[in-house]
Design a protein around this ligand. Structure first.
Ligand code: FES
Ligand SMILES: [Fe+2]
Length: 457
């Protein structure tokens, strides 16, 4: 089955590629690429979302072997800065040591006590256990322990913190708990090549909201891997977002993406707004980055005006030159998924990180982190946005720093998760039937997960 052909047949002249071409200007080759390998269109058993045994297998065979996004470089600017990344019951403390980034099991070599609280950040000259005060330098060596003579059977030289692999790419810091893992750059497959034009090292986390959601980490993430639900869960978006005609690509085991046009009507839109109305309504994403709304001159589109405004403000405010960036590259949702659980959006109009992971050792709960990125001002000054943590029954709309339109969309997405989780249990077996194209990235997530689960070593 030629799934790309499906799009041409059903949305003639209105695929993401068509919309991007109609803006004028050149698209970089990575955005002209389309990749849809054949898939096994099997049902996906619900037990993959709710079985404790399956969840345990994921921890042992997948999570302990994959590179996972943990934080950004700007979270670890100074020597002594630390950031704790938790995954189910596992916990890693990442530090900026004099010789660079280091990561350790967040567990004392004496009797196991957690060295730093889960999900905490801060500055520490050394890492010191709160129980009996064993103390390590930032490079992981034991530098002090009370009654050292009591431990002839564990010499200080052998009592270093247990290291975990850590590396960074494009400002994103990743950890890997396996000593045998391939290097990060190899794991990222096509991603560094795709991001050649999208340097995120001069950007920083401007806002960071973490929501605890009542759903398996894959179920939560899947809500952001398809826009099939958009007209029904977010009907207000159909005026300004190309949803069912989005482009979905699967490049390799760890990398897939979707490309979604902004400031165009969805093929499902009941009424069609004019270009000016679309510009006025166009608040998706970090609305503040687009700036003041202006008039759409005759012969221009809302997309072109938005992109022009953004190019101007990026130059004026940050000294960044986007003159040779296409409209689509400026304002569209370009969402790259890195297996297993993070999405990077590089366009300056919608620069985001979204991440989904188990919340404690519970198949039915996940942590959803969203970080909005902004460029660092010319003078180099910036302050990393403080984490705002909200519970299942609190809304993104209640967080003042989140763009109101984006907040309402996220609240709609997270509200539906409990219904889906409960319905999966209600079915008492069975599985999900994913669409051929629009939900292909979810199927791909399961395909790659299977590759890890089937590895016996
Ligand atoms: S448990 Fe950490 S020093 Fe005893
Ligand atoms: Fe959604």
């Amino acid at each position: 089955m030629d799934v790309q052909q499906l799009g041409h047949e059903h949305y003639p002249g209105n695929t993401w590629q068509d919309i991007a071409a109609s803006d004028g200007g050149d698209l970089p080759p990575v955005l002209r690429a389309q990749s849809n390998p054949a898939q096994d269109l099997r049902p996906i058993p619900f037990e993959r979302y709710n079985s404790p045994a399956f969840f345990d297998a994921e921890i042992e065979r997948m999570w302990k072997r994959v590179w996972q996004f943990a934080c950004r470089e700007e979270h670890l600017r100074e020597v002594g800065d630390f950031y704790v990344y938790d995954l189910a019951r596992l916990s890693i403390v990442i530090v900026r040591a004099p010789e660079g980034l280091k990561a350790y099991r967040n567990s004392c070599r004496h009797r196991g006590t957690k060295l730093k609280p889960s999900n905490s950040t801060g500055w520490s000259q050394t890492l010191r256990c709160p129980f009996h005060a064993w103390e390590w330098s930032l490079d992981g060596g034991l530098v002090n322990r009370p009654c050292d003579w009591e431990f002839p059977h564990l010499p200080a030289a052998d009592a270093g913190l247990r290291p975990v692999q850590v590396d960074s790419w494009n400002g994103f810091v990743f950890i890997n708990m396996s000593a045998e893992a391939p290097p990060l750059l190899e794991y990222l497959e096509v991603l560094p090549d795709h991001f050649k034009r999208w340097d995120m090292t001069g950007w920083y986390v401007h806002t960071h909201v973490r929501k605890h959601v009542p759903a398996n980490w894959k179920l939560a993430q899947a809500a952001f891997m398809e826009a099939y639900h958009t007209p029904f869960v977010h009907p207000e978006m159909t005026h300004v977002v190309g949803d069912h005609n989005m482009q979905h690509d699967i490049f390799s085991d760890h990398i897939s993406r979707d490309l979604c046009a902004m400031a165009v009507p969805s093929p499902t839109a009941k009424t069609r707004l004019g270009e000016q109305e679309m510009l006025d309504a166009m608040l998706v994403g970090d609305g503040a980055m687009i700036g003041e709304r202006t008039q759409v001159p005759p012969g221009m589109t809302a997309r072109q005006v938005m992109a022009d405004r953004l190019r101007t403000s990026m130059q004026a405010d940050f000294g960044l030159d986007y003159a040779d960036f296409s409209v689509a590259e400026m304002i569209d949702s370009l969402k790259y998924s890195v297996f297993p659980n993070v999405m990077f959006y590089p366009s300056p109009g919608l620069a985001l990180i979204q991440q989904f992971r188990p919340d404690g050792h519970d198949p039915d709960r996940a942590i959803f982190d969203q970080m909005v990125l902004r460029p660092i001002l010319r003078d180099g000054e910036f302050e990393v946005g403080e984490l705002v943590e909200i519970g299942e029954h609190e809304t993104f709309a209640s967080v003042p720093s989140v763009d109101p339109f984006l907040a309402s969309v996220l609240d709609q997405d997270t509200d539906i998760m409990r219904w889906q989780r409960e319905g999966m249990y209600a079915s008492d077996g069975g599985g999900e039937v994913l669409s051929v194209y629009q939900e292909s990235r979810i199927r791909h997530l399961h395909d790659t997960l299977d590759k890890y689960l089937e590895k016996t070593t």
